[in-house]
Design a protein around this ligand. Sequence first.
Ligand SMILES: [Fe+2]
Length: 300
Amino acid sequence: MAVISNLGYAIFGVSDLARWENFAVDLMGFQVGRRENGRLLTLRMDEYEQRIVLEQGAEDDVRAAGWQIDTEEALDAFADQVRAQGVNVEAGSAELARARRVEKLYVCADPNGFKHEFYFGPAIATSPFRSSVMKGPGFLTGPLGIGHLLPRSIDYKASVSFYRQVLGLKISDYIREEIAPGIVADATFFHSSSGRHHSLATAAIPSDKILNHIMVEVKDMDDVGLAYDRCVKAGYSMVLELGHHPNDKMFSFYVETPSGFAMECGYGGIVIDEANWEVISYSKMSDWGHKRRAPRAVAA
Ligand SMILES: [Fe+2]
């Protein structure tokens, strides 16, 4: 069976490219890949030509997730597997492959209203990655991919089934937290074959946006704290203050991006060894911290 290796890129439609460039480069430590005059900005996290693509758009939301598959044979077999589940899969055009900087890709839509692109053969940049603000060696990517996405589920059951059966992702664990008497926040976490604790998670959260957050991980813990300080100083809102998750063991904060969805910046996430992994259910989202932003004070 052909499997997804990792989450290799993410595509967002954003309304303010200039604000995003300042946020991503000067605060979070990404490097600009290329700009297409007011239409597009690509961000680098490592040796790849691009990892996050910001396309000019009104929705301020995720447009597509890019899933890396190791070989062309496995990619073709994977597309056949998805089709065999009754899902409409289209071959991406040569133009789309060029825009994504990959050799070949396929595209399908999920029940939450965004696209999943499966590809092989990413383009490597001619210059090494360099962050203008990071203290440490950069983002943790490689075989683990760029991090994770958490889209909200309109139909939670259908979404979990799609990510598991159609994408073939494995369940990492669940978190079911009673956030108010009788109200349980229920989230399911999924990993791909290379083992980052989760490359995708979903939850039934009421939201106008598809995307709740994207997570990126850094190799030096200080780069979490330094990014936090830069974001606060620049006036960005914290969606969740610094804290620690019990399931992926990530130390992180969540900042509100210029598009309104959050970006989680973390350190220390675990990698799953499939042979020795037991799926369990947690009863809280965080061991400590991750306090929600207090409502703005009302002037007396
Ligand atoms: Fe997360």
